[in-house]
Design a protein around this ligand. Structure first.
Ligand SMILES: [Zn+2]
Length: 152
């Protein structure tokens, strides 16, 4: 069902690994596709790519969306929807990728990783509003305080 939608994007090379690029102009506010992958039930599970599904669940995504890179001013976002099994019991949440702005053909799709201050790394996204760290805006003051750093 999602295969035609996923053909909107392709995986390509970026200087530090891989990224996801638009195959054609994509309008703003569009659901590009479902993030498929392995659901892991472990509260301590953490990798560079995993998506927190709430509770003890994480999603280890498969390509292409595995390769979505972080940007402090992203053009896409992850939408996490609560879903239930037919009998009404909670199922692992569904994650889709939606565009925030128009993405011209050939441009890289980016999301805000919104990491916690713990585990944050330096950000090289190059955005004019780059926070300097791959960390959520809310956690940034905590990170700077912990490292005795100033913005800029
Ligand atoms: Zn940045």
């Amino acid at each position: 069902m999602m295969s035609s939608e996923q053909s909107l994007v392709r995986v390509g090379k970026v200087p530090f690994g891989k990224g996801v690029f638009a195959r054609k102009d994509i309008p703003a506010g569009m659901t590009i596709g479902l993030v498929e992958g392995r659901v892991i039930d472990d509260p301590d599970y953490a990798t560079s790519y995993c998506i927190d599904l709430g509770g003890s669940l994480s999603l280890e995504p498969r390509a292409p969306f595995r390769y979505l890179n972080h940007c402090c001013s992203p053009n896409s976002t992850l939408c996490i929807a609560e879903v239930t099994y037919p009998d009404g019991t909670p199922a692992p949440a569904e994650v889709t990728v939606e565009t925030l702005t128009i993405i011209p053909k050939g441009a890289e799709l980016t999301i805000d990783y919104c990491w916690s201050a713990y585990g944050a790394i330096k950000c090289l996204c190059g955005s004019p509003v780059c926070r300097g760290w791959v960390v959520s805006a809310e956690e940034l003051p905590k990170l700077l305080q912990a490292n005795n750093l100033k913005v800029g």
